[in-house]
Design a protein around this ligand. Structure first.
Ligand code: FES
Ligand SMILES: [Fe+2]
Length: 323
């Protein structure tokens, strides 16, 4: 099926730059095997992620500074180096050429090394247009007393929309009714946009096992790429967290990854059952937004209603990430 939004030019839909600075998810750490090379598209750039024999993870630009071969197509990781498939130049984890075949001293050449960190099991890469050091690092969530975030391959989606839509959606309290089957618009408390971490507590309701229940969600957005949500549903004595990662792939596409964890009940079987019930529910909930995000346009000066939530404040906060 041809998606109609593909027929509308990106420039008609969005006037925002596609690549705000920030930390972006590229791979689950457990998916990076020793000596494997993972090809990554991030903010219009091609990167390779690999793990050396000693277990060090490195993220480099994918194209060799010699004649431009892609290190991820036929390249080989050996000991603590990656070898280019074309003429076998070798690069260390910091991107420096450490061996050029048939000459004693390696040619002075470097592949760009990208700053990365691992937080709650996710490998995150820092993107900034000026290629400077990270302005901040992502704070990990303390997982003591919680199940580890469970990641399913089917909880990864590629959408033709702008990364800011996901953040805006969290404060857009009125759409909880029209899109997510809530009975009334949500309300927000403790809204804080004073740093690179945007925070708020959202009070709303949702349909759960045929009943409307109150939901208190505490959200923290660390830039536009990492969203941690803690949810408490007192009527069901249920507490869970979602880890949502939004990564700009190229000018027009983003990847969304979601992982879920529940507060340990003390019974492993019960935790597993909760996760089994929650996963399809939360998957369905996030997917309810996709058609809207993929087809909407961005109004720089929207006409807002008083029940819309602090969309303007969120946009002012997001503005700090556009260089
Ligand atoms: S292109 Fe990589 S070694 Fe020649
Ligand atoms: Fe939504």
């Amino acid at each position: 099926m041809i998606k109609n939004n593909l027929l509308q030019s990106w420039e008609e839909r969005y006037q925002l730059p596609s690549f705000p600075k920030g930390w972006y998810a590229v791979a689950w750490e457990t998916h990076i095997n020793e000596k494997d090379i993972i090809n990554v598209n991030l903010c219009g750039q091609k990167l390779v992620v690999f793990k050396t024999e000693s277990g060090e993870v490195s993220v480099l630009s994918a194209h060799c500074p010699h004649l431009g071969a892609h290190l991820g197509y036929g390249g080989v990781v050996e000991k603590d180096r990656i070898r280019c498939p074309f003429h076998s130049w070798e690069f260390g984890t910091c991107g420096k050429c450490v061996k050029t075949p048939f000459i004693n001293k390696p040619v002075k050449a470097t592949v760009r090394k990208w700053y990365h960190q691992v937080a709650n099991g996710m490998l995150l890469v820092w993107y900034s247009q000026d290629k400077k050091e990270p302005d901040w690092f992502v704070d990990e969530v303390d997982t003591a007393g919680w199940t580890l975030p469970i990641f399913h391959e089917e909880n990864t989606w590629r959408l033709r929309t702008h990364i800011q839509e996901v953040a805006e959606n969290g404060v857009d309290t009125h759409h909880f009714v029209s899109v997510h089957n809530a009975q009334e618009p949500g309300t927000l408390a403790n809204v804080d946009f004073s740093t690179h971490v945007g925070k708020w507590v959202s009070h709303s309701n949702t349909l759960m096992m045929g009943e409307q229940v109150s939901v208190v969600a505490t959200l923290a957005l660390q830039g536009l790429g990492v969203e941690h949500v803690y949810v408490n549903i007192p009527e069901k004595s249920l507490e869970f967290r979602t880890y949502i990662y939004i990564t700009p792939v190229d000018k027009e596409y983003i990847d969304i990854r979601m992982a879920i964890s529940v507060k340990c009940t003390g019974r492993e079987g019960k935790d597993k059952t909760l996760l089994r019930i929650l996963t399809p529910k939360l998957t369905n909930e996030i997917k309810q937004d996709f058609d809207i995000w993929e087809h909407k346009i961005y109004h720089e000066k929207p006409r807002l209603s008083p029940t819309d939530g602090p969309i303007h404040a969120l946009r002012c906060w997001a503005n700090q990430f556009y260089e």
